[in-house]
Design a protein around this ligand. Structure first.
Ligand code: ADP
Ligand code: MG
Length: 674
């Protein structure tokens, strides 16, 4: 708990920063440090340099053009520096009156009148005010909570709290890491002689220790989760083969090595008396669906039901069609359930599921609405798992006693991320594409040259192939900026009178959506204008060209997913990324990456560097625990170390492991509880 002496308003602000107790204060580590230990001569300042200078104010006035600004000049023995303030209080103006001796800390830059600092931190000094002895920590804070208040609370927590080490000495020794208490104290109060760069770059041993502890807590947590799951029982579903063999024989292709390997892993898991929780990863087009179908069949061979859940209706519908084609010949009639079904049909579907008349239910999250009761659910398959939140997955789990779970992800997850955030799951990776695919050629084309793209689209379609034309999502607030799909559809229809141009977007009703997709699948529609609703899962091998409008607005994962819709057949495929200027730096970086890379794992690795794990995993909705200090793309060695140590601690030092978890996880309600 925080001391009762802290005023309520301050408590509220601390809570905003995630600080609820004194240990949180200890872990509220500086964002950066300011160096007030030295003085620079004004004449020695160079643009971009962060420095502290001392001198006398020789000029101070408020100018009103171009906007109200406080302009001062300060002078030392070596020269004159201009100080500019766009926001200031009368008190500050007084502080900076002519004749005052001050110290200014800031970044020097070349201004119109010469060297200047904008909004430097200023303090009035006396004849011989001593310089600071150490770097000044700057903390992340929130409006109305001054650094000084924060700093005072942190210092008192550091003084009063006992911070015994949670790592046994023998491990600490081997890892060559400094003690925990020493590390946090050092980070809050860096000694004068410290290497500043190691602090700034967080490579100092004290930083390493904190990051290691954080990663260790995460690993311990995940391992415990894993063990807990292993201690629960689930029905054993051994492979009998009477369904799976039939499907394998009927398929027009042979499974790839990678598909076989992952299938074996899943099959083995299903035969265990514990609930499986396996993540099936594979790049877009790697053939996850058939693996999932075979897993489903193994479940059905044992008389259990399967629920297959997809994030969008279009995708669910595709699965329904594909699996129906595969399974109806085996005498299995899947049931379709989505939110948009008429009430009567929904009830009928629900009844068939409840009475065990169907072994396979396919649909959207409507599948886990409360009314739906499964008779005997053995396996849940979640496609595109990252599109679902934890709550939705949990709701589904409660549908059976202890169903096995297979989660599929088409957003490849870099290895380090998987090790860290999915450490409680078993992971299978399909790391090979089916043979006979031709690589997709990616082109970046400025929107001004879209006419040329028209010609290529027409040629492609007239040659008997099909094409997608993807527009960004319709968003009311951006209607003026974005070309809506509807306009684009009209324009393309006018441009290609000889083609059948279809339109699909999220706001169409589902019957219409299904009709359009079926017509595209059947080749009746040659050019499909679509929003990103087709981003996941859509599989039409005859489509060999994709044009993406406003590609500069889309994320890497999305672009990669979209591009994966083509290159599924034997024809040479192309993906044209239309972009408009000006390009932000991020957009430029993304387009370069998508242009240069085709491997989903590599793209994901770049994405991790660009955006960090939170965005990549969509954690805002999924509730995956976030790391505050460690960085899974940089701290790989620490992560590996933490993994090894987690196992060792649970085995040899269970009490220390408990203490460590207690310290780090006590208020982490955001942790994954699946
Ligand atoms: P994703 O992993 O993106 O979900 P899909 O399961 O939709 O990929 O498979 C993509 C396409 O590849 C489908 O048309 C599927 O039938 C086909 N496919 C899957 N496995 C193989 C294989 N071993 N050989 C040839 N084609 C395959
Ligand atoms: Mg898929």
């Amino acid at each position: 708990m925080l001391p009762a002496s802290i005023p309520k308003t301050t408590l509220a602000k601390l809570a905003k920063l995630g600080i609820h107790n004194r240990f949180d204060l200890v872990l509220h580590l500086p964002l950066r440090y300011e160096d007030e230990t030295q003085l620079q001569h004004i004449a020695e300042l160079t643009p971009g340099m962060s420095a502290q200078v001392e001198g006398e104010i020789i000029h101070s006035e408020i100018v009103y053009r171009p906007r109200r600004t406080l302009m001062c000049q300060m002078q030392d023995d070596s020269g004159v520096l201009h100080l500019r303030f766009l926001h200031f209080y009368p008190s500050q103006q007084k502080q900076l009156a002519v004749g005052k001796k001050i110290r200014a800390l800031g970044e020097a830059r070349m201004g119109y009148f010469g060297m200047e600092m904008v909004h430097p931190k200023c303090r009035v000094t006396g004849e011989d005010t001593p310089l600071k002895q150490a770097l000044t920590p700057i903390y992340p804070t929130t409006a109305g909570l001054p650094q000084a208040t924060l700093s005072k609370q942190i210092q008192s927590a550091l003084n009063e709290l006992e911070l015994p080490d949670t790592l046994p000495p023998i491990l600490l020794d081997r890892l060559k890491l400094p003690g925990f208490a020493d590390s946090v104290k050092l980070l809050h109060n860096p000694p004068p002689e410290i290497a500043e760069e190691a602090l700034a770059e967080r490579t100092h041993p004290a930083w390493l220790r904190v990051k290691f502890d954080e990663l260790l807590a995460q690993q311990l947590f995940m391992r415990l989760h894993y063990r807990k799951r292993r201690s629960r029982t689930a029905p054993r579903l051994p492979a009998h083969g009477h369904y799976t063999q039939q499907l394998l024989q009927a398929l027009p292709f042979k499974l790839t090595q990678a598909q076989q390997k992952t299938l074996q892993e899943i099959s083995h898991n299903l035969d265990q008396p514990h609930p499986m929780q396996r993540l099936l990863q594979g790049d877009v087009g790697s053939g996850k669906t058939v693996v999932a179908a075979l897993a489903a069949l193994q479940d059905m061979e044992n008389g259990y039901q399967v629920a297959l859940m997809s994030p969008t209706e279009i995708l669910a519908e595709q699965h329904y069609l594909k699996l129906s084609a595969w399974l109806i010949p085996l005498g299995i009639m899947p049931v379709w359930l989505s939110g948009s079904l008429k009430k009567k049909d929904k009830q009928a579907a629900g009844a068939r599921i409840a009475q065990g008349e169907t072994q396979l239910a396919i649909g959207t999250h409507a599948l886990f609405q409360e009314q739906v009761e499964f008779q005997k659910l053995g396996l849940i398959i979640v496609d595109e798992q990252h599109k679902f939140g934890v709550q939705q997955r949990l709701a589904l789990r409660s549908k059976g006693d202890e169903p096995h779970q297979l989660m599929m992800s088409a957003t490849p997850i870099p290895r380090t991320l998987a090790m860290s955030y999915y450490a409680d799951l078993d992971v299978s990776v399909i790391d090979e594409l089916p043979p006979g695919r031709t690589p997709v050629i990616t082109k970046l084309i400025h929107d001004a040259r879209r006419e040329e793209v028209f010609v290529r689209v027409r040629d492609t379609c007239l040659a008997g192939q099909q094409a997608y034309w993807v527009c960004p999502l319709i968003d009311e607030s951006e209607t003026l900026e974005l070309q809506t799909v509807i306009e684009t559809h009209q324009a393309l229809r006018a441009a290609f009178p000889e083609l059948n141009v279809g339109l699909v977007h999220g706001k169409l009703d589902s019957a219409e959506k299904a009709r359009v997709m079926a017509a595209f699948q059947a080749g009746e529609i040659q050019l499909l204008v679509a929003t990103t609703v087709i981003e996941v899962g859509v599989d039409v091998p005859n489509a060999s060209m994709m044009v993406i409008e406003h590609a500069e607005r889309m994320g890497l994962a999305q672009l990669h997913q979209l591009r994966g819709r083509v290159g599924r057949g034997v024809a040479h495929s192309a993906c044209v990324l239309l972009f408009q200027q000006p390009l932000s730096e991020l957009a430029r970086a993304r387009l370069k990456i998508i242009y240069e890379n085709t491997d989903g794992f590599e793209i994901a690795q770049h994405d991790l560097r660009l955006r960090g794990p939170g965005e990549l995993l969509g954690t805002h909705q999924s509730g995956v625990p976030m790391l505050r200090f460690a960085d899974v793309s940089e701290d790989v060695a620490l992560l590996n170390g933490a993994r090894a140590v987690a196992d060792e601690m649970l085995r040899d030092f269970p009490e220390a492991a408990q203490a460590h978890l207690q310290r780090w996880m006590a208020n982490r309600h955001d942790y994954l509880h699946v």
